[in-house]
Each structure stands twice: as structure tokens, then as C-alpha cells.
Design a protein. Sequence first.
Length: 147
Amino acid sequence: MNLLVLFGFFLMMEGVAWGAHRFLMHGPLWFLHRSHHQPVERAGFFERNDFFFVIFALPGIILILTGIGNSLDWKFYAGLGIALYGLCYFLVHDVFIHQRFQWLKRTDNVYFQAIRRAHKVHHKRLEKEGGESFGMLLVSWRYFKKY
């Protein structure tokens, strides 16, 4: 049951990330996310968009800490699922796609190439309106085709 909670929250986070990206980051929180789409908004290694890491980490941290206090109840595993999604998001988005760290540079994996294509299409838009491909791990089948 604990693994079901962990994987359930991991999968749920893809929907949360999509919704937050689509309706908050490209909506009222654009003033933070804009730094990710417009290079002139960046100053150094970090960008204002990185603040979302803290926003998304807090629920997982709170659930893990409260779950530990209750002998590793469901909250611990829910928080762990959120944290694992955050780790995957970091590795896929910041490391693999944007190469903020020089790891995972090349791949012939069709799935990772589709993720990279979808994100590239998302970044074609420099403004908050008119974007597409707001998710991270689940991408449309059309991005699996080679251009």
C-alpha cells in the first residue's frame, strides 16, 4: 500500500506540474517564470523561475516530516513521491533539457528525444500566451516523430 501511495503521488505531480505551469506560471506568476523564457531576464546561474523549486518542494518536505512523526504513515510516502518527482523534474528539465549541468548530454532514446522536442516547442514562445506542451514526463505522440 505504501508503494501505491508513493507512485500515486509521483504520477499526480505530473498533473499538478502541468496545471501549475499552464495556469500559474503562464498566468499570474509569469513575473517569476518569464526569466525561464527570456534570456535577458537571467542574471548568472540562477533565475527567478528557480523559486518554483522551493514552492514545489515545500509540500513534499512537510508531508515527509509529518509522516516520519507518525511511524512512516501514508504522508511520508506521499511526500517521498513528490520528492522523487522533483528529482526527476530536476534531472530531466534542468540537466537533460537545459544543460544547466553538463551531464546527460546525448541520447538516442526516443522517449527522451520526444521530451526534448516538446520542450523546445514550448520555448518557441517568449511570451506567456499561446504556449503548448506544459507537462514534463507525458508528451504528445506527435513529438515522437522525427522532424
